[in-house]
Design a protein around this ligand. Structure first.
Ligand code: FES
Length: 164
């Protein structure tokens, strides 16, 4: 039975050493299972804060530099809290030439965050993408799994309003 966790107001679970160790032990503390272990931990906490990486390093006797190297190598790992929705503005060639860069500036203005950041209310994380397969109707923006085509600055506010 897992120990009761404290839940902070932003909805992200605080790391719990016993829980981290349980996950590691489920994967037999094997170095070859490191990526799966990190995946499981990211599923629990929503991201991989330093405290979690340090616990993994100590429990598995793997240098912290090696663990942070793995985490930064794979784009699906994040060391920052993620928003409830992820916006990805396509900056592939077709989208870039048809206004993708302008969309980035507009989103920065609306949400008051830079690329790679998450809004203070944890609503959106803002990233870029490379071609999401909608080149014919560029510029495209992906929010979670939805692809929005022929997006322009005027449409952006109403698109974002659909995601709470
Ligand atoms: S370049 Fe943006 S969808 Fe292909």
């Amino acid at each position: 039975m897992l120990e009761e966790r404290h839940q902070p107001c932003n909805g992200h679970m605080l790391p719990n050493q016993q829980e981290i160790y349980q996950i590691i032990d489920l994967f037999e503390c094997k170095r070859s299972n490191l990526i799966q272990i990190l995946h499981q931990l990211q599923n629990i906490y929503g991201y991989l804060p330093d405290e979690v990486l340090i616990e993994v390093s100590e429990r598995m006797s793997i240098p912290i530099s090696e663990i942070t190297g793995v985490v930064s190598f794979y784009s699906f790992f994040s060391t920052q809290p993620q928003g409830r929705h992820t916006i990805r503005v396509c900056l592939g060639t077709a989208c870039y030439v048809r206004g993708g860069k302008k969309l980035i500036e507009k989103i920065q203005e609306i949400l008051q965050i830079e690329l790679g950041q998450t809004t203070a209310d944890q609503r959106f994380t803002f990233e870029i993408a490379r071609c999401i397969g909608a080149c014919g109707l560029a510029p495209a923006v992906m929010i979670d799994n939805d692809v929005h085509r022929q997006v322009n600055s005027n449409k952006l506010k109403s698109i974002l309003a659909k995601y709470e």
